[in-house]
Design a protein around this ligand. Structure first.
Ligand code: HSE
Length: 296
């Protein structure tokens, strides 16, 4: 049996829209086993245990890429800890898991770069895919339909809390509210902050994160789709967090801190309990490993 563990990811990291992403120590695990015939999927709601399952679709797409027919049966086991449609990369994680599983079932035929390429073709953009495969903070760009990526070293000491509401937000809806053009001023605003953010993550000038993490490309437009967004951003700042951003397309809000306030989680939970919707606070660390394959 092949086991593939894939980390949750948080795309954009504030100003790096469709380019930056980070992996976290929250995982989905998929198992793949060849069986005589047919498709068996376990571990997810009945309605997804069929040929439309995203893990299976990605598995099949990877077989196509390797020019192999599905001339064998497959059993896929799914263990999901990553909440769906919350801005934590769950769809990229399913896709990466299915592709990596197919590569391993055929004897390790796919490189990490190939997994990223195939997954990006399905997902449409690489910013969740690359860190899900490689771990850490990864910058990805597209050029002539090919993904070029680079992982940076992040200085130790950053801690994260994911504030996750009990309602989903579809990426499609969150992309539909974005403008199609931006002013030169807004472009400069984001280019300068993205550059600053990457430098402070790598050299540890965490005091600059609060300036570097601001964004004018997507957050101002998406914030209004998330009840409580503006209040939460303000509260995180007044509680002394290093910086706060909308994780991916939302609705999860990610706040960064230095770990020096042992009461931070409780203080956030207390504030969130005053809001109309239910919000959970999950403490996270960066995952630096990416996909992990084991054989049993
Ligand atoms: N960069 C993407 C977005 C991530 O913000 O729409 C979500 O898939």
């Amino acid at each position: 049996m092949i086991k593939v563990r894939v980390p949750a990811t948080s795309a954009n990291i504030g100003p790096g829209f469709d380019a930056l992403g980070m992996a976290f120590d929250l995982y989905n695990t998929y198992t793949f086993e060849v069986i005589p015939s047919g498709l068996e999927i376990t571990g997810c709601p009945e309605e997804y245990c069929n040929e439309d399952n995203l893990v299976f679709l990605a598995f099949k797409k990877a077989l196509d890429y390797m020019e192999r027919d599905l001339d064998f049966g497959i059993r896929i086991g799914i263990q999901s800890d990553i909440p769906v449609s919350r801005g934590l990369g769950s769809s990229a994680v399913c896709i990466v898991g299915g592709i990596a599983g197919a590569g391993e079932i055929l004897g390790g035929k796919l490189s990490l770069d190939e997994i990223i390429e195939i997954a990006t073709e399905i997902e449409g953009h690489p910013d969740n895919v690359s860190p899900a495969v490689l771990g850490g903070v990864v910058i990805s760009i597209m050029e002539d339909n090919k993904v070029y990526h680079n992982k940076i070293d992040v200085k130790d000491g950053l801690k994260f809390m994911a504030l996750i509401p009990d309602f989903p937000l579809s990426t499609e809806k969150a992309r539909a509210v974005l403008p199609t053009t931006y002013s030169r001023e807004d472009a400069i605003y984001n280019i300068s902050r993205t550059s600053l953010l990457l430098s402070v993550l790598s050299n540890g000038r965490f005091d600059l994160i609060k300036y570097a993490i601001k964004d004018r490309i997507h957050q101002p437009y998406r914030g209004d789709l998330i009840p409580g967004y503006h209040e939460i951003m303000e509260e995180c700042e007044s509680l002394g967090c290093l910086g706060t951003y909308l994780s991916g397309a939302g609705p999860t809000i990610m706040t960064l801190h230095d770990g020096n306030n042992p009461e931070l989680k409780k203080e956030l939970e207390k504030f969130l309990s005053t809001l109309k919707d239910k919000w959970a606070v999950i403490e996270l660390n960066m995952d630096n490993e990416g996909i992990k394959v084991t054989k049993e």
